[in-house]
Design a protein around this ligand. Structure first.
Ligand code: FO1
Length: 308
């Protein structure tokens, strides 16, 4: 059964780990957000693709939800002594990923090829694709002007009031090879519990991807990253509010209309089910919080069992 998953970073990684325990590796294609990518110290860093690869490769720092476990930060400290920026916490093992990717890109390989190489090096058997080989950058308008996503999220600790969000480069980007095919050929497309504004919408902003979701015969299931009116983690709630969306499962549904078939919501959000169904979405009420490996697998199983 072929599954395609649209994925951001931390929240997505948990569900993908659960899916990976149930689905044949050759049947799972992850389409990752690259709107968070950045250049630092001359390196191309793809945080969400790396989080997915580290999680599927079994080397992620589970407590942080990103980066590698057993990490050290000697290079970061040494770079600080040269006056290089240290606000983005690049670990020593993580650095190897960025060095490898950056070298491959400098030699003319595409981000799709570089991502496949990173995944293979980490022993990831599933296919991990960037949403596009062309740069798309999520930018956030705060009170003092436009910020790159990581400047907003990490350097400024997601504190600036958000006035607008844009996806620079999206209009001239194309889906990476295999992305549209994976969506069209899937039995199910799973939208992971990622930030709708800064993880999923950048993927949808790449021309052709939203159309593929509409045209695909796949059942499209999303897991709401909003539980009880608040984001499970991170600034998703504030970003949704800034984009005029209700901070609730209703807002998640609005962000994914018109191609969403089923939304999985946490048990506490069961009272929203009638409203969601009136919007044409089937509702799956379940424990969406994935606070243990068993719960990751249980949620993945519930989604697969909900397929018609
Ligand atoms: N998140 C932080 O909150 N602080 C960091 O210093 C940080 C460094 C970092 C390095 C590599 C990487 O792959 C991810 C990193 N992240 C860090 C996470 C990242 O900013 C976000 O989780 C995603 O971009 C949002 O999905």
């Amino acid at each position: 059964m072929k599954i395609a998953a649209l994925a951001g970073g931390t929240g997505a990684a948990k569900l993908l780990r659960g899916l990976a325990r149930l689905v044949d590796p050759g049947d799972l294609t992850v389409i990752g957000n690259t709107g968070d990518d950045l250049r630092l110290w001359g390196l191309h860093i793809s945080p969400d693709l790396d989080t997915v690869c580290y999680a599927l490769g079994g080397v992620v720092d589970v407590a942080k939800g990103w980066g590698r476990r057993d990490e050290t930060f000697h290079a970061l400290e040494a770079m600080g002594r040269f006056g290089e920026p240290t606000w983005f916490g690049l670990g020593d093992r993580d650095l190897a990923t960025h060095l490898h990717r950056t070298r491959l890109l400098a030699e003319g390989r595409t981000l799709t090829e570089a991502t496949a190489a990173v995944a293979a090096g980490l022993g990831v058997a599933q296919r991990v694709l960037p949403m596009s080989d062309q740069p798309v950058r999520t930018r956030i308008l705060g009170p003092d002007g436009w910020l790159d996503f990581q400047e907003y999220f990490v350097r400024e600790k997601a504190q600036p009031a958000v006035q607008a969000v844009r996806y620079d480069g999206a209009e001239s980007a194309a889906p990476a090879p295999g992305v549209v095919e994976a969506i069209l050929e899937a039995r199910a497309v799973i939208v992971c519990p990622s930030n709708p504004i800064t993880s999923v919408r950048p993927i949808l902003a790449v021309p052709g991807i939203a159309r593929a979701l509409e045209e695909s015969r796949a059942t499209v299931l999303a897991v709401s990253p909003i539980v009880g009116g608040e984001a499970v983690s991170g600034p998703a709630g504030r970003l949704m509010a800034a984009c005029g969306l209700p901070v609730s499962a209703i807002g998640v549904t609005a962000a994914y209309a018109p191609w969403l078939d089923t939304l999985a919501v946490h048990e506490g959000d069961a009272p929203l089910a009638a409203d969601l169904e009136a919007r044409g979405v089937a509702v799956l009420v379940t424990d969406t919080l994935m606070t243990s490996p068993a719960k990751e697998t249980a949620l993945a199983r519930r989604l697969l069992e909900a397929l018609p």
